[in-house]
Design a protein around this ligand. Structure first.
Ligand SMILES: *[C@@H]1O[C@H](CO)[C@@H](O)[C@H](O)[C@H]1NC(C)=O
Ligand SMILES: *[C@@H]1O[C@H](CO)[C@@H](O)[C@H](O)[C@H]1NC(C)=O
Ligand SMILES: *[C@@H]1O[C@H](CO)[C@@H](O)[C@H](O)[C@H]1NC(C)=O
Ligand SMILES: *[C@@H]1O[C@H](CO)[C@@H](O)[C@H](O)[C@H]1NC(C)=O
Ligand SMILES: *[C@@H]1O[C@H](CO)[C@@H](O)[C@H](O)[C@H]1NC(C)=O
Ligand SMILES: *[C@@H]1O[C@H](CO)[C@@H](O)[C@H](O)[C@H]1NC(C)=O
Ligand SMILES: *[C@@H]1O[C@H](CO)[C@@H](O)[C@H](O)[C@H]1NC(C)=O
Length: 464
């Protein structure tokens, strides 16, 4: 039984199972090892959920830079630039919200490219009324298509900011602010305090503002360099634990060699909302407006045993002589959210030898120079970079071809990922003891048959 891919260099590939006859003895050993793996797994889970630091993106942060461009009679004009230096965590719609506390009695005379959500009490001003008089202003980006005179470079994207790894050019957001009743020199100006960032939900913690060497700017013709009068930076980092109590995605597995599908763990994302979900065959679904996002971003989930808004499915599809092939699909179970951008991060030892990724973009992440076992997948622009709301179009999928690593095996769940992140949040994996087992006596025919069966099942899983 051979599998042939037209035009593929491995047309002589065959289905081959190493050490079939040793399988039985092996499953014994495996159980012992699994106990260890399970405890290690829980330890790692606890660890990764409490640490604010992301081991797959150790330098990831959002840096907010204030550049004072000019002093005014009662303050200054600053350009505030937000750089998302995270490799795979972007800010999706409805976008960022930035807040801070003024050190003195500063007011915002005007803003370009953003606005505060509230003006506050400006009653003591006569004539010229400030844009915002609040001690703790809350700033949001403008929506696309605002009049030209309200725009600023890198503004007006509804607060949507791409991750650095996916699209560095779109990983910046900026606005201009004119501050009054403030210091008018670098000796008297006081730095704002208590920065807060929602992106769009909680999870970010910002450090204190620090004066850094002034930024240099090149003129558009690149022939003259100018510099800010004063610059300060604020760094914000993300912690999933601070963002939410439960994971927001889960992972399921299947394989060509075993027809059992390993589902997502039950209540992987918490079952508190079990009563607010909608059956996929429900009459409610034909109601107009069910797909309308709510102001508070409360999701409306399709009822599942895992209650996750997103599921990632990893299917071991084909075993060739020197290669192996996986099918990956991502399903959205939230009727009220279109993901305007998405990323999938996978950690697997064979990612050092990815030969081809069929319909996603792929980029290796090498957080530690010596280890190349992590990569990010994301949608192709204008093709599948959006993950639509739950329903018939609420999934994206691709296939990945690996060249077998020296340690390649189907045993002990080696072929399944070690870690999976969707949109920068770690997904809950099934318990190792539930991974698809290699069959006890593996006849090639049986194997081929189950390849077929599991492809059918896979299709059903992704369609329903
Ligand atoms: C300040 O932030 C900018 C980006 O916003 C970054 O390039 C620069 O390295 C930062 N400076 C320091 C000292 O952190
Ligand atoms: C403040 O400005 C003076 C020149 O006017 C400069 O020498 C000094 O380095 C500046 N200090 C800071 C913190 O930027
Ligand atoms: C900053 O925030 C902390 C905690 O939210 C608060 O205790 C403190 O008073 C705030 N500082 C200022 C200057 O508002
Ligand atoms: C998702 O996008 C589609 C097409 O752009 C739109 O019809 C639908 O209302 C959107 N759904 C949500 C929840 O925003
Ligand atoms: C990591 O592996 C990919 C193949 O998946 C390869 O293209 C890339 O060059 C490798 N990077 C390093 C630093 O080894
Ligand atoms: C890919 O796998 C082959 C076969 O095991 C190996 O020789 C090669 O070094 C691997 N490439 C990388 C980048 O690890
Ligand atoms: C398939 O894997 C399951 C565990 O997920 C195991 O219980 C079952 O025996 C396996 N089926 C075969 C045919 O080996």
């Amino acid at each position: 039984m051979g599998f042939h891919i037209p035009g593929n260099p491995m047309s002589q590939s065959c289905m081959r199972f190493e050490h079939n006859t040793h399988c039985r003895q092996y499953q014994h050993e495996m159980l012992g090892k699994m106990r260890f793996v399970i405890s290690a797994f829980f330890f790692l889970m606890m660890f990764s959920y409490t640490a604010a630091y992301d081991p797959l993106d150790p330098n990831g942060n959002i840096t907010i830079k204030w550049d004072i461009m000019s002093w005014t009679p009662d303050g200054y004009v600053a350009v505030v630039t937000m750089h998302n230096f995270q490799m795979y965590r972007h800010i999706i719609s409805p976008g960022w919200t930035l807040g801070w506390t003024w050190a003195k009695k500063e007011v915002i005379w005007s803003m370009v490219g953003a606005q505060t959500t509230e003006q506050g009490d400006c009653s003591k001003f006569k004539g010229n009324i400030p844009h915002c008089c609040k001690k703790t202003p809350t700033v949001v980006d403008l929506l696309p298509g605002v009049p030209y005179n309200q725009q600023f470079s890198n503004c007006c994207k509804g607060g949507v900011v791409s991750s650095w790894g996916q699209d560095p050019a779109a990983s910046v957001s900026a606005f201009q602010v004119s501050v009054g009743l403030a210091g008018t020199s670098n000796k008297t100006v006081k730095l704002p305090k208590n920065f807060t960032l929602l992106g769009p939900g909680p999870g970010y913690t910002c450090g204190i503002a620090k004066i850094v060497p002034p930024t240099n700017f090149l003129t558009p013709d690149r022939r003259r360099k100018t510099q800010a009068l004063m610059t300060w930076n604020v760094t914000c980092t993300y912690s999933q634990l601070r963002a939410r109590k439960n994971p927001s995605c889960c992972v399921s597995f299947s394989s060509f060699y075993n027809e059992t599908i390993t589902p997502c763990p039950s209540c992987a994302c918490g079952c508190q909302n079990k009563n607010n979900c909608v059956q996929s065959d429900s009459k409610l679904l034909s109601m107009v407006g069910i797909n309308t996002p709510r102001k508070d971003n409360v999701p409306l989930l399709q009822c599942t045993h895992h209650m996750c808004p997103v599921r990632v499915h990893w299917h071991l599809k084909i075993n060739y002589k020197d290669y192996w092939r996986v099918k990956v699909s991502i399903t959205n179970f939230n009727y009220r959210l279109n993901y305007t951008l998405w990323t999938l991060v996978v950690q697997h030892p064979n990612l050092n030898n990815v030969t081809q990724v069929f319909s996603f973009d792929y980029k290796p992440l090498v957080p530690y120079e010596s280890i190349n076992d992590t990569g990010m997948f994301y949608g192709m622009k204008f093709y599948n970079d959006q993950l639509m709301e739950a329903g018939p179009f609420g999934n994206v999928q691709s296939e990945v071809l690996f060249q077998k690593d020296n340690s390649f095996t189907f045993k002990q769940g080696w072929a399944f990922p070690r870690k999976v992140y969707f949109n920068g949040d770690e997904c809950m994996l099934p318990l190792p003891e539930t991974y698809p087992f290699l069959p006890n006596s593996a006849h090639q025919n049986l194997l081929a048959f189950s390849t077929f069966i599991s492809s059918v099942i896979f299709l059903l899983v992704t369609v329903w």
